[in-house]
Design a protein around this ligand. Structure first.
Ligand code: ADP
Ligand code: MG
Length: 366
């Protein structure tokens, strides 16, 4: 039983990764958890971002707490990486409903997940906040603010920097998280053998631990990236909108997740449905970036020669093209799938009919 808020902070959050904290202290962290605020000495350009995970919205009750601990950080790290920055510091704010208050099994696992993820990404927890809510129906709400240092002060990865002729790449594979979430909703996940289910769950929430190594290379080749948090089509369209371009996207080149493909039959899902997840679900947190085709060979060679990136997947999936500027409205933040033309391996335009939706010239969808 945890007697009060301060004992709670002490037990689960204040003493994670002592070696990392020590390193951070020799590198700009003046004061961490324990006072009214942390003190950090910053030099260089920093990316700052906040993201939240809300029970019932972003995760199901009974979701494994250890994965949730990592996930609460990774959804933020992915934004930092997409700017060309490496995680340095995070703060963690928790709104805890009564049923979670004395739930040691949950918080121990959550705190382990946090600590391991901080370690993987070389980042330090420097503060936060706890509030308790007595409303029985209130969801557990987790917010993280993350500070990341640019790899190079002069090299940020921006949404408005795509150029006509650039290749479009995506990291990792697509569709696992979307398929996992869909199978939770329609209850087919339950039909999997429990070992397979746990394996799939872990896989669906995998976030590449070598992203920092990748970004250190990427900023020397690209100046345009976005993390896929809302779906490939939607997020790519943010790049296109801000860069005032269109894109050809070859759906046959998409790196569909192999483990998910192998489970399709058991989950009673068609291959088209996985394609739909790959195009419209964002939970894999891949990075989409653009690259001048003249730099393709050197870039891919450098990745292959980097031992940390031996298994890091990057796949070219399309090309940035010119579009008549009349197509752009005045809201650069909008999602406009009409900027993307889907083609096949022969470069022929296709209309993908995936269930109820048509994903060519698609309009913002959920
Ligand atoms: P204050 O009342 O000044 O906001 P608190 O008493 O809430 O501070 O917190 C005490 C210390 O514990 C502060 O340094 C705060 O940043 C830290 N802290 C509170 N909640 C968390 C958390 N969830 N994770 C990490 N540190 C936390
Ligand atoms: Mg205070």
């Amino acid at each position: 039983m945890v007697s009060d808020e301060f004992a709670f902070i002490h037990r689960y959050f204040a003493n994670l990764n002592p070696a990392l904290v020590k390193r951070a202290k020799s590198n700009g962290l003046v004061l961490g958890i324990g006072d009214d605020a942390a003190l950090v000495q910053l030099n260089g350009t920093y990316a700052v971002t906040t993201d939240s995970l809300i029970e019932q919205v972003h995760f199901f009750p009974n979701f494994p707490a250890k994965i949730l601990g990592a996930r609460s950080l990774e959804v933020n790290f992915s934004d930092l990486y997409a700017m060309g920055a490496l995680p340095q510091y995070v703060t963690l704010s928790l709104e805890i409903p009564e049923r979670y208050m004395d739930f040691d099994e949950f918080w121990s696992a959550y705190s382990d997940g946090l600590a391991e993820c901080l370690e993987r990404h070389n980042c330090t927890l420097i503060g936060g906040n706890i509030t308790h809510t007595i409303n029985r129906a209130a969801p557990l709400a987790i917010s993280v603010t993350a500070f990341g240092k640019q790899v190079d002060d002069n090299k940020s990865l921006r949404r408005n920097a795509a150029k006509v002729g650039d290749l479009i790449y995506v990291t990792g594979s697509l569709g696992a998280n979307g398929l996992y979430v869909k199978s939770c909703y329609n209850n087919t996940l339950r039909t999997l053998d429990s070992d397979v289910r746990r394996y799939f769950e872990k896989h669906a929430y995998f976030y590449d631990p070598h992203m920092a190594d990748f970004i250190k290379v990427l900023v020397n080749y690209s100046s345009c990236a976005i993390d896929v948090s809302d779906g490939l089509l939607g997020d790519l369209s943010h790049i296109l909108m801000q860069s005032r371009c269109g894109a050809l996207l070859n759906y046959e080149s998409l790196p569909l997740d192999r483990i998910s493909s192998a489970l399709l039959e058991e989950l009673k899902v068609s291959p088209k449905s996985l394609l739909k997840q790959a195009l419209s679900a964002g939970g894999d947190y891949n990075l989409v970036f653009t690259l001048d085709p003249k730099r393709k060979d050197k870039f891919e060679r450098e990745l292959k020669l980097n031992p940390a990136l031996a298994d890091f997947m990057v796949t070219p999936i399309g090309e940035v093209i010119e579009l008549n500027s009349e197509r752009f409205g005045d809201n650069d933040l909008a999602t406009d799938g009409g900027l993307i033309t889907i083609v096949n391996n022969n470069n022929e335009e296709v209309t993908l009919r995936l269930g109820s939706g048509s994903y060519n010239h698609f309009i913002a969808h959920s």
